[in-house]
Design a protein around this ligand. Structure first.
Ligand code: FES
Length: 162
């Protein structure tokens, strides 16, 4: 007695095994891909974009006297979230216009302060002196103070942080 075999050598058992294997792969992909995407996506994101930070009412300023504003902002770069502290000096000129400076020294990035006794900015790290318009008066700083782009809307000063 001869046994009948399919011409393409695919048995019923082989067919069922192939279908079950294929369906298992599809189901596995549906389960694992969202998880992998969730884990990888933060690393593919770019850092947070620039933002405008409101500082306070322009009416709080006294002409010619620098006012220091400080705040902390969390920046995310990939998986890493870092709290960055900012210091901003705002000074109102006699014309009413504002000068807005980063409080980071342009020499080696120490934080400078406004010294009332000197009537200008002073960086204690290496003796850097800056005028109230940001110009270098003395010491090693290679350039004037860095400025922030700023605006005043509805009486509120905001700086553009990048
Ligand atoms: S860091 Fe300010 S003078 Fe050197």
């Amino acid at each position: 007695m001869t046994q009948h075999r399919p011409k393409n050598n695919l048995t019923r058992r082989g067919f069922v095994t192939a279908v079950v294997g294929f369906l298992g792969s599809v189901i596995s992909a549906f389960i694992t891909l969202p998880g992998i995407s969730y884990l990888i996506s933060p690393g593919l994101k770019k850092s947070d974009t620039a933002f405008w930070m409101p500082l306070g009412p322009v009416d709080d300023l006294v002409e010619g006297i620098p006012k220091l504003y400080t705040f902390t902002k969390t920046k995310r770069i990939g998986w890493e979230a870092t709290g960055i502290s900012y210091g901003v000096y705002v000074i109102q000129k006699p014309s009413g216009e504002l000068d807005v400076f980063s409080n980071v020294c342009t020499h080696l990035s120490c934080r400078y302060t406004f010294r009332e006794d000197l009537d200008h900015f002073f960086c204690a790290c290496h003796g850097g002196h800056f005028a109230k318009d940001g110009a270098v008066l003395a010491g090693p700083p290679p350039r004037p103070l860095d400025r922030y782009e700023h605006k005043v809307e509805d009486g509120i000063i905001s700086v553009h942080i990048v």
